[in-house]
Write a protein of this length. Structure first.
Length: 176
DNA sequence: GCCAACGTTGGC
DNA sequence: GCCAACGTTGGC
């Protein structure tokens, strides 16, 4: 049995979970933070993700206004470069049915899309680039998905505490 | 449904 | 370039 939903007169109850936070990986040689800043309206569809868990997050859980950490994988060093924001919720990834696209998947069609994406708009570049190796030393980030050995998920949830800590570090504030 | 083989990701 | 971790595929 579910718990009773509290109702506040004159207000729609907030989404139970509130604003959520995510980390999106990109190889900078493929799509960089500068590319995002240079995009029309500093916004891009986050296309090409071909992993079911990542797809489910984008299709089912991301909401407009959710915060995004923009992470460079395969960089030297890998790390978080800045923030972004979800500006459009999950919708079919049209690159999946484009035979000329490198992420083409013949199982996905316009009528029955298999892969989904969201739109992401740039937030702010961090004053300090946060190298993965440095994040590993931060006590309050213990347990973060990104820091798990062998973590490969390219779209992953970030807790509110992790978000706060990383944004603070990015703006040069000391954290532990 | 199991599981071995294979391909990919991504840090180092 | 190496390799651990993980996801996917396909035979049975």
């Amino acid at each position: 049995m579910g718990r009773a939903t509290p109702k506040v007169a004159g207000r729609t109850p907030a989404r139970a979970t509130g604003r959520q936070f995510w980390l999106l990986k990109s190889e900078p040689g493929c799509f960089s933070y500068d590319d995002l800043l240079a995009a029309p309206d500093q916004t891009t569809p986050w296309s090409g993700v071909r992993n079911y868990q990542a797809r489910n997050f984008m299709r089912d859980q991301m909401r407009v206004g959710d915060g995004v950490l923009f992470y460079y994988s395969g960089a030297e060093p890998p790390g978080v470069v800045g923030t972004a924001e979800i500006v459009r919720e999950g919708y079919p990834d049209d690159t999946s049915w484009d035979p000329n696209d490198e992420h083409f998947d013949p199982r996905s069609t316009k009528d029955s899309p298999l892969w989904f994406m969201v739109d992401v708009r740039a937030g702010a570049r961090f004053q300090n680039y946060l190298a993965l190796g440095d994040l590993r030393h931060v006590r309050s980030l213990e347990g973060m998905e990104l820091l798990r050995r062998g973590s490969r998920l390219s779209v992953q949830p970030v807790s509110a505490g992790e978000w706060r800590t990383i944004c603070a570090m990015g703006s040069g504030q000391p954290v532990r």
